[in-house]
Design a binder for this molecule. Structure first.
Ligand code: COA
Length: 385
């Protein structure tokens, strides 16, 4: 396998983008990444999108968006793994370059979720759960994560305040990110008194419904070295794991097995452990998700994610900052784009280009992107070399 580097990234400001179409949002991000990479061709393109059909009535995105790129009849592949579609698109692009199949590959993610009403968006998202055993009975994603939160609270004593601290931290980080959908700071009191969505998950515990896209250009590291003097952002590991899709089939509803498995593989590939991380971008689709993710990544001990968050360990000035971008909570969560936007943040951070939200002396970074209630997880590790 060849070593792989990311040489260009692009994204747009996320939010409710009424004035732009699905393909326009995607094209903006893709062209930014290509411009930044200073390449005059890409050999292949991968797009992660969860549900073009249900959100905008458009499937066949590999061909549509390859055409949109205007770089000839290149292979255009659409991949889907619910909210982990973007992470999986990046992984497929990585595998194409690492294997020697292609030299310059564009990894992208896109979702336009606000053209449908709230009920239709909730239904589209619910198709990532087990339709026969969960969706059919009316369970929504806030509802599923609420159940996970209840188990975590009961078993480990995780408190309402600790969950709120995830939102407080991520909105504080997001207030420093010009691309964030909800860049306002919030207090724990505001989180705990916001509208109830699915007890105990309130409005400010939830990631929003978002329109957005992100893109990255991947090439062989040796190829990048011949073109410039660096520093380079090396993809140090790529791992993907799955778990039961229905929550009730899990051995433990309060633990993210697919994240733990993918993390174990990724650390092994890169010969590092969680304590080596400078920071990470984690899938905080709900406040409880980040608490459980940092436990599965080995940043926090099992059951201690809430306590560790409340201690400031994962804040921008803490030992291992989690979600310096503002995460899904503040930056937004256009489901198919999120995994690639995590790579955008990592590359900008490792380049030292993040201004007020810069993580000091960043060298190693991890992205964790998950689908459903953790039925799929994609993890990448990056190193500045
Ligand atoms: N965080 C902060 N503010 C939010 C928000 C969020 N997640 N979602 C909406 N808002 C704001 C809106 O801007 C609006 O503010 P305004 O009154 O000042 O204009 C207000 O809250 C109400 O917005 P609205 O769009 O009517 O909210 P909603 O009730 O339709 O939807 C949720 C709120 C939480 C139900 C919706 O965002 C949701 O379903 N989120 C979860 C998405 C999801 O499941 N993703 C997949 C994860 S696995």
């Amino acid at each position: 396998m060849r070593e792989v580097a990311v040489i260009g990234v692009g994204m747009n400001k996320w939010g409710e983008l009424w004035e732009k179409s699905h393909r326009t949002i995607w094209t903006e991000a893709a062209l930014k990444a290509i411009d930044e990479a200073k390449v005059d061709r890409v050999d292949a393109m991968v797009v992660g999108c969860m549900s073009g059909g249900l959100f905008v009535g458009q499937e066949h995105l590999g061909a549509l968006l390859a055409e949109q790129l205007g770089m000839g009849p290149i292979p255009g592949t659409r991949v889907e793994s619910a909210c982990a579609s973007g992470g999986l698109a990046f992984r497929q692009a990585y595998l194409a370059v690492a294997s020697g199949m292609h030299d310059i590959v564009l990894a992208t993610g896109v979702e336009k979720m606000t053209d449908v009403d709230g009920g239709a968006a909730t239904f589209a998202l619910s198709t990532a759960a087990d339709q026969e055993y969960e969706g059919f009975h009316g369970v929504t994603f806030p509802g599923l994560y609420a159940m996970m939160a209840r188990v975590h609270m009961q078993r480990y004593g995780t408190t309402r305040e600790q969950l709120a601290q995830v939102a407080v931290k991520n909105h504080a980080h997001g207030s420093l990110n010009p691309n964030a959908q909800f860049p306002m700071k919030v207090t724990a009191q505001q989180v705990m008194s916001s509208a109830m969505v699915a007890d105990p998950m309130r409005l400010l515990d939830c990631s929003p419904v978002t329109d957005g896209a992100a893109a990255a250009v991947l090439v062989p590291l040796e190829w990048a070295r011949k073109r410039s003097s660096g520093p380079f952002i090396r993809v140090a590991a790529s791992a993907h794991a799955t778990d039961t899709i229905a929550l009730h089939d899990r051995e433990d509803m309060a633990f993210l097995g697919s994240t733990a498995k993918a993390a174990e593989q990724a650390y092994k590939q890169a010969h590092i452990g969680p304590s080596d991380l400078s920071f990470c971008e984690a899938h905080d689709c709900f406040t409880i998700s980040e608490v459980m993710v940092i436990e599965a990544l080995g940043i926090a001990e099992r059951g201690q994610g809430g306590k560790l968050t409340a201690s400031g360990y994962t804040a921008l000035d803490g030992k291992i900052p989690v979600n310096p971008s503002g995460g899904l909570k503040s930056k937004g969560h256009p489901v198919g784009a999120t995994g690639v936007a995590q790579v955008f943040e990592v590359v900008e951070q490792l380049r030292g280009a993040c201004g007020a939200r810069q993580v000091k002396n960043a060298r190693w970074a991890l992205t964790q992107n998950m689908g459903g209630t953790g039925a799929s997880t994609v993890i990448h590790l990056f190193e500045r070399v």
